[in-house]
Design a binder for this molecule. Structure first.
Ligand code: G3P
Ligand code: CA
Length: 301
């Protein structure tokens, strides 16, 4: 199911209206000025899809229900999130392999360092505050399960699901598939609407998903520039190439398209950079600020 996200026609907004995204916690905020700094262009081409990175993580604590809800409210086409497995085999949404950066685990469990996710049960993780590190108004946010996160999207925004730590959690790919299958009606809906993509930096994990769910689009993440051989091999079965933005250039965009895949750089938060990537012809942009992205590109669904 290639290029599922390359739909419709988008026109780059000729002028960008003032956007101020509420960003507690002192995170860098792309302002209307940065969005306006790039010259206005007109461009016709495939729609550029917005992917809200870890939810609307510029506006709410990453990978929480609050971040998912912000993304849905802001109209994000897709929401990206990260999945890991607890000591008792539950799937939770968490970027890091340890709980310390985004929760108060050190306060609640002072003797349990180094705080690996896989050393804690879901019941223990449920006791943690995953919001106050970001801003006081998010105190009490919990680490969600994958199922809760999917439910929070209300089948309005799609899901770009990243598998983390496959070597830490053997068999997590099959667990994810089983969990998605257990949500009534979810997979048929996702397949019919094209609103589920599964990705990883770890190629064997993505291959496993492709084997288990051959109709679900899959993506490969790259933190360094992929060789042409890697791209050619990926093109035999993968749908998306999702590279770091620092090495995403015209040659890479064109080569990925020649090979019949789509390309969605991460993480692009500045309006000027969003415009630059749109003009390179990317298919989507993974951003902490889906509201800014929507103001940069008029999205046709
Ligand atoms: O989806 C792209 C991005 O999420 C990959 O990097 O570290 O934020 O998971 P990371
Ligand atoms: Ca991720």
């Amino acid at each position: 199911m290639r290029n599922i996200v390359r739909v419709g026609i988008a026109v780059l907004a000729a002028a960008v209206s003032a956007v101020v995204v509420a960003v507690p916690g002192g995170a860098t905020v792309p302002t209307a000025e940065t969005a306006m700094a790039a010259p206005a262009h007109s461009r016709k081409g495939p729609a550029v899809v917005d992917y809200a990175h870890r939810g609307a993580s510029g506006s709410a604590p990453e990978n929480t229900i609050a971040a998912a809800r912000f993304a849905v409210t802001q109209g994000a086409t897709f929401v990206e999130t990260d999945v890991r497995r607890t000591a008792d085999g539950e799937l939770v949404v968490m970027h890091d392999d340890k709980l310390s950066r985004t929760t108060n685990v050190e306060e609640v469990f002072p003797d349990r360092a180094p705080y690996w996710v896989h050393d804690f049960t879901l019941a223990e993780i449920r006791q943690l505050d995953a919001g106050s590190w970001f801003a006081p108004e998010f105190t009490g946010e919990r680490v969600p399960t994958l199922r809760e996160f999917v439910d929070a999207l209300k089948r309005r925004s799609g899901l770009l699901l990243e598998i983390k730590g496959s070597l830490l959690y053997p068999g997590i790919e099959a667990d994810i598939v089983a969990e998605l299958k257990s949500i009534p009606g979810y997979l048929p809906w996702a397949l019919a609407t094209g609103k589920l993509v599964i990705q990883s930096f770890w190629v064997p994990a993505v291959r496993d998903i492709h084997t288990l769910l051959p109709d679900v689009p899959v993506g490969l993440l790259f933190e360094t520039r992929p060789t042409d051989d890697v791209l050619v091999e990926a093109s035999r079965w993968a749908d998306q190439i999702n590279p770091g933005n620092a090495f995403t250039d015209q040659a890479l965009v064109d080569r990925v398209h020649e090979l019949g895949m789509s390309i969605n750089p991460y993480v692009v938060n500045n309006g000027r950079d969003m415009r630059r990537f749109v003009n390179l012809g990317v298919d989507g942009i993974i951003t902490d600020y889906p509201a800014v992205m929507r103001d940069i590109v008029r999205i046709t669904r």
